[in-house]
Design a protein around this ligand. Structure first.
Ligand SMILES: Cc1ncc(COP(=O)(O)O)c(C=O)c1O
Length: 216
């Protein structure tokens, strides 16, 4: 229908090989702090012909070509959209993070997460947890959300934290899905390049301890 498509890649790009040309994506956003980069770093990819047609959304240094009393002209992309002093330190940090991830290889990042997610699903299910989402590792990412023995995820997370196991409890900005699943919240273990199967074992051991604490 000729629509311009903007892909929110905040959760996609850190975990998968992504080829904007192959996928024919018009715009793609990335969030640096979700891919080993500093906070307040990120990026917007856009097709050049679309960026050229767009007006600047901010005025400031480095985006101006000529200024007149009655009109101004602007540089081309990306400068047109980078008014003023940028987050220079953060973006240099993000570039280092991207180099690091590319050195590992995004295929290897994806494989590592599949291995950890597969192992976690197996161990959590054995431990009596209900794991949400598809079992097929091709159809899911490396974040594993679960419900454990009717212990509220916030209580569970607090007890796991005492054993140095950091999980995220809550509705994960997905309240409609929580209602569909029939739970107020879930506990989520999110894996990345630095996690290991031993850490999955530590999670399962801490769950057993929580079960005893709550008499569940
Ligand atoms: C899919 C998705 N988009 C956007 C964001 C927001 O990114 P940022 O924290 O860089 O504002 C998040 C953060 O949780 C996210 O998960």
């Amino acid at each position: 229908v000729g629509a311009v498509v903007v892909v929110d890649g905040a959760q996609l790009v850190p975990h998968n090989p992504v080829d904007v040309a192959d996928l024919d994506i018009d715009f793609l956003t990335i969030s640096g702090h979700k891919m080993l980069g500093p906070t307040a770093s990120g990026g917007l990819y856009g097709k050049l012909e679309l960026l050229e047609r767009m007006d600047p959304f901010l005025g400031g240094g480095e985006m101006i070509m000529e200024v007149h009393l009655d009109h101004s002209t602007f540089k081309g992309p990306p400068w047109k959209f980078e008014a003023g002093t940028m987050n220079i330190a953060q973006e240099i940090g993000l570039a280092a993070a991207i180099d690091y991830l590319q050195e590992i290889g995004m295929d290897a990042v994806r494989e590592h997460e599949k291995e950890l997610a597969g192992y976690a699903i197996e161990r959590l299910t054995e431990a009596g947890a209900t794991v949400f989402g598809p079992r097929d590792l091709e159809l899911r990412g490396g974040a594993v959300s679960f419900w454990y023995r009717d212990i509220h995820p916030h209580d569970l997370a607090q007890v796991l934290d005492q054993d140095g196991v950091c999980v995220r409890p809550g509705h994960h900005c997905a309240q409609i899905l929580m209602r569909r699943l029939g739970v107020p919240a879930t506990t989520r273990a999110s894996f990345y390049v630095y996690n290991t199967t031993e850490e999955v074992d530590a999670l399962v051991a801490a769950l057993e301890k929580a079960r005893r604490v709550f008499g569940a």
